[in-house]
Design a protein around this ligand. Sequence first.
Ligand code: EPU
Length: 421
Amino acid sequence: MEKLLVHGGSRLNGTVAISGSKNSSLPIMAASLLTRERCVIRRVPDLSDTNYMVRILATLGANIERASGNVIINAEKISSQAPYDLVRKMRASVCVLGPLVGRLRSAVVSLPGGCVIGDRPIDLHLRGLEALGATVEVKGGDVSVCAADGLRGAEINMRGKHGSTVLGTGNVMMAAVLAKGQTIIEGAAAEPEVVDLATFLNAMGARIVGAGTRTIVIEGVDELGGAEHVVIPDRIEAGTFLIAGALVGDDVTLENVCSAHLRELIAFLKQSGHPVNELDGDRIHISAGVELRGNDLVTGPYPEFATDMQAQICALCATTPGISVVTEAIFPQRFMHVPELNRMGANIRMEDATAIIRGVDKLSAAPVMASDLRASAALVIAGLGAEGTTEVNRLYHIDRGYENIDDKLRRIGARVDRVKQ
Ligand code: EPU
């Protein structure tokens, strides 16, 4: 196991190149199961999560080559069963369900296990597949989905208790592209990753309109062909570096970003007093503000504030003067970073799914335990601004979603060391 030593006190200066999106790459790689032809996916970040997806696709029978951010997938002959030992390692493995049932008319996928960020059911995915005419059975830890006579287009409402579902929308969209007739998904997730998936599917020959809105309409086609695609920039990695820049940046520029995907975060940082400049559509400049004030936010489905940036914002607000109020509306239990930030001297009090953060002057370094991907990123950010050397343990969490994070941080002046435990 590895840990990251974050030596606080350095200022950040320079340019960071943002990688391709993890959460786009995963369903897009799964979507290449829908064709026998070759698919080329570019700018896939080299992360443990994308490596798991490569292994799952290979276990299903796909032939995969991977080099310099390009993943070439040839799924000429595939089987319909995704095994537990791989699926349990990554919840997003569930997005092979839609393409498998769409192409092979049956799929058996182990149910993903629990997750530290809260209860993460897949009832909406299954409800969508049932609406397309599949039968669903959960047995022995596996979910079996079968549509012996093929899927039929339908009207489906994907809205759940916490709003829309991103991977659920993707799963149903991937199943519906090969269904007979028209599918209308209401209450669809509008995240940029759903739009990216639809762009890839359309390049394969699918007929999808409305991705990026709450209503997606899909006209089923008989078959899909190979396609090439460049994955969109990772808005959560970009957001994480923006937040680090707001905390300890003198002059930080992010490149390869899509600033339109970061509207809510940029507005939040500006309102808090940090100068953020969108240099052009794909470069953003940030430095730490001087006159800062506490600020409030509530996470929500896109285009609202992303839950995946809530932990990092808590780390920033921990030393922002005044009171900040951060409410989590997507995963109400996603606050494992709070006790760790408090161990570093933060003053954060929880009231249900709301963190009430009273800004302190400075945090002090401590050994801290990362419990999930974004919580780990929050602790690294906190360490950059803290006095002393913060030890972020269980680094494998951060390697699931941030490509070369320690190299990227070092290149802009952070002092961080990855060491074996
Ligand atoms: N939900 C249900 N039933 C379902 C599916 C979801 O009740 O069948 C609920 C969830 O429990 C949650 C809400 O709906 O309260 C939204 O969950 P969603 O399904 O949208 O999450 P996801 O698709 O499983 C993706 C990202 C997450 C990100 C969420 C929300 C990927 C691989 N994962 O998960 O990313 O937090 O959308 O934006 O795309 C991360 O990258 O750190 C991460 C956790």
